[in-house]
Design a protein around this ligand. Structure first.
Ligand code: NPG
Length: 376
């Protein structure tokens, strides 16, 4: 295909309830959605992607406005220059640009959607996914008090979610975890996520989580603490899962070699796109590590793509792919993702299989950046 135009729709979407992690509380999702137009052998086509960078560099080094800027100045021009662009060649054309995986992922995602729409192929078919549904887990933020946490978890259990993930941080860990276990019993599939809030000095304290029969503990230590995660993993019975540390297939290979993790959370946005995400899945599967699909409060576009990815056979653990209503009263797609019976459906339509609702998109849009070959 030949790219002809790109728009970055900057959005602010209110959350149904504040979401608190170890790095802060969000009330609003800030993102941009990439819309691109391309000429293909099947005629002009439109593709959609989205950027998972947060407004501030609190989860990773990237932040939303920086991602938009690097896209405007370097990513878009490099791709407008290509006479024969494909989703599979995007990473190659952007390889000289160091870092910025979330910015790159958003654009690769839109190219992939456009390519699949032109070929009338679904993302699931492209991946070779045959599952029609995937289990749906939910991520629960840090609560101010245990009763309100138990009410929130109770609501999700009642709704039928297949697994609960609880955010933890120093001072909000063993007590809420013990309370959830006591209230909902040993059978509840239950895991925790620290978002890099601890250091190895906390090893003795973190060992106390072992008695709660957790599925895993996610990213207790810093992004670049691979060796220290390996040490902590050897001190804990709870399986060690990495998220922030796994920003590429090479990082996954290093984590495996160092025995820093036995489980990997794959977030396509964090690792530079869905193709790199599939490569990480393949490497983990070949080494016998379980993977699951993480979430970054995606709109309906990313949610649909994640559901297809999570249908790959190595995704043996339940992902953070909840119904859109977990976070949003209104999504930007015509058919928001719905959790039913503990699962979400793998979309079957061309591309990621969702249609953006232009009215809803406009409702949440604060600004639009238009990029053309002439502009760059
Ligand atoms: O279901 O989309 C979801 C949210 C899952 O907790 C979740 N995501 O660290 O995994 C995480 C966390 C996150 C969200 C991190 C947004 C960064 C940004």
């Amino acid at each position: 295909m030949k790219l002809t135009q790109m728009w970055l729709h900057q959005l602010e979407m209110p959350l149904v309830a504040p979401f608190t992690t170890s790095f802060g509380t969000s009330q609003t999702k800030h993102t941009y959605v990439v819309e691109l137009r391309a000429e293909t052998s099947a005629g002009p086509v439109t593709g959609w992607g989205e950027c998972v960078a947060m407004e501030a560099p609190l989860y990773s080094a990237e932040y939303l406005h920086g991602a938009a800027e690097v896209t405007r100045r370097w990513i878009a021009p490099a791709l407008f220059d290509q006479p024969h662009l494909s989703a599979e060649s995007v990473a190659h054309h952007l390889d000289h640009l160091i870092g910025h995986p979330m910015a790159k992922a958003a654009v690769e995602m839109a190219v992939l959607d456009a390519q699949l729409r032109a070929a009338q192929t679904s993302f699931a078919d492209y991946l070779g996914v045959t599952a029609s549904t995937v289990p749906s887990g939910v991520s629960v933020g840090i609560h101010d008090d245990v009763p309100s946490l138990l009410r929130a978890v109770g609501g999700y259990v009642e709704a039928g979610y297949a697994r609960i993930k609880l955010k933890i941080k120093p001072g909000a860990d063993t007590e809420p975890v013990a309370a959830v276990r006591a209230e909902f019993g040993d059978e509840l599939p239950f895991q925790v996520d620290a978002n890099a809030a601890y250091t190895l000095v906390d090893a003795n304290h973190l060992q106390r989580l072992d008695e709660h029969n957790l599925l895993l503990i996610e990213q207790p230590l810093g992004e670049d603490d691979l060796r220290q995660h390996a040490e902590l993993a050897s001190l804990m019975r709870t399986p060690m899962c990495l998220d922030e540390s796994i920003h590429s297939v090479k990082a996954a290979a290093d984590a495996i070699a160092l025995r820093a993790a036995s489980v990997v959370n794959i977030k396509p946005g964090r690792v530079g796109g869905y193709l790199q995400a599939r490569a990480i899945h393949d490497v983990c599967r070949a080494h016998g590590l379980a993977v699951w699909c993480g979430g970054m409060l995606e709109t309906g576009i990313g949610r649909a793509a994640n559901a297809a990815l999570a249908g790959l056979p190595g995704f043996t653990l339940t992902g953070d792919i909840s119904g859109a209503d977990r976070f949003y009263a209104e999504d930007i797609v015509t058919e928001p993702m719905r959790m039913h019976d503990g699962v979400v459906d793998v979309p079957t339509g061309p591309g990621f299989g969702v249609e953006v609702d232009r009215d809803l998109l406009a409702r949440f849009t604060t600004d639009v950046l238009t990029l053309t070959p002439e502009h760059t």
